[in-house]
Every structure is written in C-alpha cells, then in structure tokens.
Design a protein around this ligand. Structure first.
Ligand SMILES: [Zn+2]
Length: 89
C-alpha cells in the first residue's frame, strides 16, 4: 500500500479520547512520542505517536533502535492536536 504521508491516524476512534499507538492497544494515551525519520522526513518535521503508560517505553525503544526518537512529552501539556508547524522559540 502506498503510505499517505500525512500523519492523521487512520484509526477512526472518537476524537475525544486519544489512544495508544501500539497496535492492538486501546488504552488512553498519556504520552506523545515525537520522532523523525531523516531518510524520509525533512529535518524539521515531527511525527507523533501516542502511548499509554504501559507502552511508552516499548515505543520509545522501538524508535530509539532505529534512530528515530526525538523526545517524549506528557500528553496534554500542550494540546495542539497538530502534526505540523510546532515552533516554540
Ligand atoms: Zn498501550
């Protein structure tokens, strides 16, 4: 399948309750894992995965192994559902 590049998750759940990005997990997300794949993304681009408390470290390790992980932020600290221009100075 072609990957539609832009990030909106295809999992149609309620807009209200962000869920963990781990496959098969339906727990409420508590963390935002921000990552970037330099091979396919421009350097300033950030993709975001959501993680529940249980899968945060799993997903972090997954990204880290591939050199993609950038940072993990608590969900809700800055709730800008945006996958895009997030330029804090
Ligand atoms: Zn989970």
């Amino acid at each position: 399948m072609g990957s539609l590049s832009s990030g909106s998750t295809g999992s149609g759940a309620g807009p209200d309750a962000p869920q963990c990005s781990r496959r098969g997990c339906r727990a409420a997300a508590r963390w935002r894992l921000r990552w970037n794949n330099p091979r396919i993304h421009p350097p300033g681009r950030r993709k975001e995965w959501l993680a529940c408390g249980e899968h945060r470290s799993w997903l972090e390790a997954y990204l880290n192994e591939r050199g993609l992980w950038r940072e993990t932020l608590p969900l809700g600290a800055d709730d800008g559902a945006g996958d895009g221009g997030d330029a804090h100075a």
